[in-house]
Design a protein around this ligand. Structure first.
Ligand SMILES: [Zn+2]
Length: 56
């Protein structure tokens, strides 16, 4: 399932306010600034710092 591009435009990383991009195959939202990864559950991005996978 593809996410709405307009939705992605308004999403920002809650940790650093950086831009995010959708990684379709992994079903995650990746922050291009700090590298945190946010889960996408049933097509809904979960933009919560406590749910994010920290950058390596
Ligand atoms: Zn970030």
């Amino acid at each position: 399932m593809a996410l709405d591009d307009r939705l992605l435009d308004i999403l920002v990383c809650p940790a650093c306010r950086g831009a995010v991009e959708h990684k379709d195959r992994r079903h995650v939202i990746l922050c291009t600034e700090c590298g945190r990864r946010y889960p996408v559950r049933e097509g809904i991005p979960v933009m919560l710092v406590e749910e994010a996978t920290p950058p390596r």
